[in-house]
Design a protein around this ligand. Sequence first.
Ligand SMILES: Cc1ncc(COP(=O)(O)O)c(C=O)c1O
Length: 426
Amino acid sequence: MNEEKGIMFDSELIAELKSQFYMPDEDPKSGSRLFFDNSGGSLRLKKAVEIKEALERYPDCPERAHETGLMLLDYVKKGTEEILDIVFDAKSGSLMSELSASQCMFQIVDIIMENAEGTNAVVSVLEHPSAFDAMQFHCEKHGRELRVAQANKETGRIDPEEVARLVDKDTCLVSIMSASNISGSVMDIEGIVKAVRAIKPEIYIISDAVQHAPHMVMDVESLALDAMNFAPYKFFSIRGCGYAYVSDRVANMPHHKIIAKDQKIFALGTPTPGNFAAMMAVIDYVASIGKKFIDSEDRKELYREGMRRIHLQERALLYRILEGTEEVPGLRHIKGVEISADPDSVEERDLIAGIRIDGYSIIGLAEEYQRRGVTTAPRDAASIYSNRIVNALGADKGLVRVSPMHCHSAEDIDRFLKITAELAAK
Ligand SMILES: Cc1ncc(COP(=O)(O)O)c(C=O)c1O
């Protein structure tokens, strides 16, 4: 097995996986199209949408003791346990659920800043505004200096030494994303945690995993993080909720809560069973991929194998999109195409590529792709969501983000590459 360049699923499995999503190859408005904007919201798993819809039909309160109430409560309880144990690999801590991953991030940063000692906090220049602004806003609110770690333009990563350079005994909080939503670069969170804790062992460290969660397993326990968040709508599931793991020591800090409830319960108001059930459908789906490769009945083991296989499939797709084949040149070999943060190895990257083509504006290029049936995301330099980030990566005009998904095939990638070559030749 050549894991370095990924391992592609066979075409039968790809067809089986695609059939479990809504609109994988076409939608009623655009007709046939390649959906290569999964970083902006991934294809939706039918089972996740169906169970959400089915549970929304019940008027019953999940806090009543009759059969239907108990059934709804069971989804909340099991969903909470499974998200913590299976998705985050947490042995302790609490689950925070909000309307979005950004809301989780703002809350967590506020709680830590209000309670942790120190005069400064460190964030990376590559963060999505939800994590960057949470740090800036709360540094201003709590009178702390904000220090910003710069990117390694070659790799698109934040080097542990760069973070360590900014941390001292007075740093209360470090917030570094798990993977970039613009370049797909996977951060060395393990190295960052080690470097930072060597300076201040009790420091608080959190990570925005919104772009990383659908691509690889998350390990809050082994990384000893204080918080990590993700967004189900980018993880094959539904819009309208965000989840975060919160460590015991953060959950034990004063925070917004219903006073009579346990200190570690963050939920304000009645929980939404359908949201938890939709995430359980995602876990089922990933575990079913694991089951194709290992013989186990253990749901967590199957989920982890499923995520590992998703990652290897995506790595193979990324390798193909970059290198192509003898018949269809990859992005690296098409004249006029420039790829942001493109180190040789594809091992530390999720399936996201930021590109430009000579002669096109960013918006114009995304429009040309759309006209040819490819949905991408223009991340232009004027966008409030990406200007700081594209500048930090040295792509000052911006880039078009291309983000396929694990259920795409080699043929899908080749179709995209042929369209790209056509555009570059114009
Ligand atoms: C890296 C990253 N973090 C956070 C978010 C925000 O997630 P949400 O829309 O759930 O608040 C996004 C959304 O694009 C993202 O890409």
